[in-house]
Design a protein around this ligand. Structure first.
Ligand code: C2E
Ligand code: MG
Ligand code: MG
Length: 570
């Protein structure tokens, strides 16, 4: 919750902070007191709510609301504004409410503020959800297939008939859906291209169906195929591979060949007692494939069912984790050739109230799917910048801080304002912040990636390529990216002592990084032998369990203090 406070009196601002604290209302408050400061804060556009005084030297509530209107350029005003004043006439109150203020409060009635804020937050949430639902509906309508294929009702009726009459003991249900990224890039070509692809795919799939098979098209954009003779698991995998080839075959649109990667989830119908159980099982398998973000096939099994249940339990509670303060950051040191700690990587941790600690590898993809990754990344950025400044205020050496930025957020319009806000709120020097991106980010959309990277660099913030070597980026492309650091992935470090090939790869990455003027860091260093090899190969920094596991802020501070007094002996 970020509040923009327009208030020139420090005392009144402090009283308000106190009221928020007493009301246990978790919020970050940013105060501005002039017109220029307000315009610049509004341009950042990261506010959930604005509280505004009426009597400022070069501003009153009316002006402030007009400025907010100009900044958001939408009606009704998406930013809830509460006017708080010590001496406001009724006429003025009516005026500001007409202009779009959500409420007017007397400064003497501060306790009223918390219920008003809660009401406004609930209101804003509902408005957001409504907008999202409308957008989704409009989008679905635009992309609906007008195909002669049966829909979900037809599919359920077909499955019902099969299961009731026990026809074809070896039957199987398969759901086929475009892999998300390639589906999205096809959708971006417009509804016409999307429909053309759907029609071609429907025809192609129908062309290879046997007379007893059943093909349907579901509202969520997937094809459902009931194979009369799915056979056993290995036979079904073979059939699925064939279907995948048909699904992924390029098709011509406007003279251009387009292709879409395919995800297939399947279940065997034998032993299942209802169509919904079958649909649920195949959907579970499909979700598993979709989560891998690279297409492929998965057959439903009991273990998959357990995994899916856990996934759901996590996904259901994840949306409240931020509000409930269940996230925290651990910090892992990065040391230079002289074993001095020069930076830390912030690594997110989630302590689930009943399931205990959950790995980021498990919950970050869920956050990405639900869209919650934006708010969590905002929190990580603000918290990491705040913490590194706090260590410095505590008298510890000033180190740099690295924060992971997920590929999905890289082109997001909020990313740059979010980074600017985190820097401004903490007063951290931009060059001490490094954003870690992965090769996946860089290859998604070249022009957009370069533009975002340029904006980040213009702030003075550095960029590191994380997990380097395991992605697919070509060196020619890498050369064009405005990077500062290459992080060698730990898969190459793991075998560096035993594998000549890995040693050669690591030497090549270091040489290449240096020739591009980049700093090179190796992660996952667990043994002195690995450290020695990397130091001899000229690697600039190392990070790994040999130096330290990721630590909570307090323990990291202590480690920093000891390392400062006597450098780490590794
Ligand atoms: P990453 O960014 O490559 O982070 C390094 C991972 O390697 C961390 O795992 C760290 O604990 C682990 N590690 C460090 N040294 C060693 C070592 O010597 N041996 C071994 N075996 N592992 C080592 P962690 O914390 O589980 O994070 C996993 C991944 O989750 C991260 O990989 C990153 O991609 C993602 N992640 C973590 N925090 C965040 C976050 O705040 N935002 C985003 N978007 N992703 C995050
Ligand atoms: Mg990282
Ligand atoms: Mg990494």
């Amino acid at each position: 919750m970020r509040i923009l406070l327009v208030e020139d009196s420090v005392d009144d601002a402090e009283l308000l902070m106190l009221a928020l604290e007493e009301g246990q209302f978790a919020a970050r408050v940013h105060r501005v007191e002039t017109r220029t400061q307000l315009v610049s804060a509004l341009a950042d556009g990261v506010w959930d709510l604005m509280i505004c005084d009426n009597n400022l030297p070069d501003l009153d509530a009316t002006r402030a609301i007009e400025l907010a209107r100009a900044a958001t350029q939408s009606d009704p005003l998406p930013l809830p504004i509460i006017v708080m004043s010590g001496d406001m006439e009724l006429g003025k109150m009516v005026e500001v409410m007409r202009l779009g203020a959500r409420d007017c409060l007397d400064k003497a009635a501060l306790p009223k503020l918390i219920p008003v804020l809660e009401r406004e937050l609930a209101h804003a949430r509902i408005a957001r959800e409504l907008l999202q639902a409308r957008t989704t509906l409009a989008h679905q309508e635009q992309y609906r297939l007008t195909s002669p294929l049966p829909g979900s009702e037809g599919l359920l009726a077909h499955l019902q008939g099969r299961l009731e009459n026990r026809i074809g003991q070896a039957a199987a249900l398969l759901l086929l859906q475009p892999e998300r990224t390639s589906g999205d890039s096809l959708r971006r070509r417009g509804p016409e291209a999307w429909r053309a692809w759907q029609m071609v795919t429907a025809q192609r799939l129908a062309g290879i169906c046997g007379p007893s098979d059943f093909l349907a098209y579901l509202d969520d954009g997937s094809f459902a195929l009931v194979l009369a003779d799915g056979g056993d698991a290995s036979h079904l995998a073979h059939r699925a591979a064939g279907l995948g080839v048909v699904f992924e075959a390029p098709f011509l649109h406007d003279g251009q060949p387009l292709a879409v990667a395919c995800c297939i989830g399947a279940c065997l119908l034998h032993g299942l007692d209802s169509p919904m159980v079958a649909l649920h099982a195949a959907t579970t398998a499909l979700c598993t494939v979709l989560a891998r973000h690279q297409g492929g096939y998965c057959l439903h099994t009991p273990e998959l069912h357990r995994d899916e249940q856990r996934r759901r339990a996590l996904a259901d509670t994840l949306s409240q984790a931020l509000e409930r303060n269940e996230f925290l950051l651990h910090y892992q040191p990065q040391v230079d050739a002289r074993s001095r700690v020069v930076a830390a990587e912030a690594l997110l941790r989630w302590h689930h109230p009943t399931l205990g600690p959950v790995s980021p590898l498990e919950f970050i993809p869920l956050l990405e799917e639900s869209g919650g990754i934006l708010e969590v990344t905002r929190w990580v950025l603000e918290e990491a910048c705040r913490q590194v400044c706090q260590w410095e205020r505590d008298g510890l050496p000033a180190i740099d801080i690295a924060v992971n930025i997920p590929a999905r957020l890289f082109g997001h319009g909020e990313l740059i304002p979010m980074v600017r806000f985190a820097l401004a709120a903490s007063s951290l020097l931009p060059q001490r912040l490094e954003l870690e991106i992965t090769e996946g980010t860089a290859i998604k959309d070249k022009a957009a990636t370069l533009e975002t990277m340029a904006k980040i660099r213009s702030l003075g913030v550095r960029i590191a390529m994380d997990d380097f070597g395991v992605g697919y980026s070509c060196l020619g492309y890498l050369k064009q990216l405005p990077l500062d650091t290459l992080k060698i992935d730990r898969v190459f470090v793991a075998d560096v002592v035993d594998s000549e090939t890995d040693r050669n790869i690591v030497r090549a990455i270091i040489a290449m990084g240096h020739s591009l003027g980049l700093q090179v860091i190796a992660e996952g260093i667990e043994t002195p032998a690995q450290r020695d090899f990397l130091a001899n190969a000229g690697c600039d920094l190392i990070q790994g369990y040999l130096v330290s596991k990721p630590l909570p802020a307090g323990a990291f501070g202590e480690m920093l203090l000891h390392a400062f007094a006597s450098p780490l002996s590794l």
